[in-house]
Design a binder for this molecule. Structure first.
Ligand SMILES: C[S@@+](CC[C@H](N)C(=O)[O-])C[C@H]1O[C@@H](n2cnc3c(N)ncnc32)[C@H](O)[C@@H]1O
Ligand SMILES: [Zn+2]
Length: 318
């Protein structure tokens, strides 16, 4: 059992060396990994903060917590797995009686394990039920959204979160099809999306035509952008002065949120640009560790295709 789950969770942590370095890890520190997943980053952190440093590893996915919890149990009390959403970092730390931490890592999105497990419903390549919830104990599934939302609501989600220019055609097709039979399977949806996209546009695509629609549904099901905003605020608030928040994102919508949030913390002042002088009196709370986001080097790009779109941004609390 342990061996099976360990294999299932084999995961190449993205931007591993870069993340370890930019968190400025130190022995005896206390850190939060808000996206434990397969535990690659957490284990790297545990090794670098030995012999006394602690990592609190949060995940909302029971499978990830159980499997990685077992694998990292050798670190004893230095590793503390918690089932929660990283938007709730404040409550998690309160519960553990931790006042402030030295660093927080968020490696956003779904894990390879989630993507590669057909019954989780994230993949347009393998057949499975259209679930897509990271936390399977709560909320509406992708199939629920497809059954319940209006054509307009679906089109908005697919446009906004998938940046899909044929969102209206896809939404219309979904509504047409669901009259005939419920849309419950990943391949069923993938086919339907492909059919909704004009053949000429489909031929020009390098990626699967359903990729953007699947991304959009996943973001909606898990409220990923709302959760990211809350997680950034809670993660930064949890830092000690000099502590660092490192965030890895995988698409432009997420990266924009991180970039703008960090820029606001560095700027301080929130007065409208037309004001001749500052009246808000807010001062900078953080400084960027790197001016530009860190991306994968050629070696990692060759080894791990998923690193292609990864961007790491890091801020230090003043
Ligand atoms: C990309 S994986 C993380 C991989 C991890 N860094 C590693 O080295 O194995 C993302 C993980 O974070 C979890 N996750 C995503 N959003 C979350 C959230 N808002 N709160 C808690 N866990 C979340 C997912 O369930 C998944 O297991
Ligand atoms: Zn101001």
């Amino acid at each position: 059992m342990a061996e099976k789950t360990a294999i299932n969770f084999k995961h190449l942590p993205v931007l591993f060396a870069e993340t370890m370095q930019s968190l400025a890890l130190k022995d005896g520190g206390i850190y939060v990994d808000g996206t434990l997943g397969g535990g690659g980053h957490t284990e790297g952190m545990l090794q670098r903060i030995a012999p006394t440093g602690v990592v609190i590893g949060i995940d909302q996915d029971d499978d990830a917590l159980m499997s990685t919890g077992e694998r990292l149990a050798v670190y004893g009390e230095r590793f503390c797995p918690v089932k929660s959403n990283f938007a709730e970092i404040t409550a998690v730390l309160d519960e553990l009686n931790v006042a402030a931490v030295d660093g927080v890592l968020l490696d956003i999105g779904v894990s390879s394990y989630q993507l590669d497990t057909p019954e989780r419903g994230f993949s347009y390549m393998n057949d499975g039920a259209l679930d897509m919830r990271m936390d399977r104990r709560s909320g509406r599934t992708a199939a629920d959204l497809l059954a319940e939302l209006s054509a307009e609501e679906l089109a908005n989600i697919i446009y906004k979160y998938g940046e899909e220019k044929f969102s209206r055609r896809i939404a219309r097709k979904i509504v047409e099809q669901r009259e005939l039979q419920p849309i419950t399977g990943t391949l069923q949806l993938a086919e339907l999306v492909a059919e909704a996209i004009p053949a000429a546009a489909r031929r020009q695509e390098k990626q699967h035509p359903a990729k953007r629609t699947f991304q959009a549904l996943r973001i909606a099901v898990n409220d990923e952008l709302g959760v990211l905003e809350r997680g950034l605020a809670a993660g930064f608030a949890a830092l000690k002065p000099g502590g660092r928040l490192a965030v890895i994102t995988f698409h432009s919508l997420e990266d924009r949120i991180v970039k703008e949030y960090f820029a606001g913390l560095c700027k301080g002042c929130i007065c409208p640009p037309e004001f001749p002088i500052c009246v808000c009196g807010k001062t900078p709370q953080g400084k960027l560790v790197n001016r530009k986001p860190i991306t994968a080097g050629t070696e990692e790009l060759a080894d791990n295709p998923r690193s292609r779109s990864a961007k790491l941004r890091v801020i230090e609390k003043l």
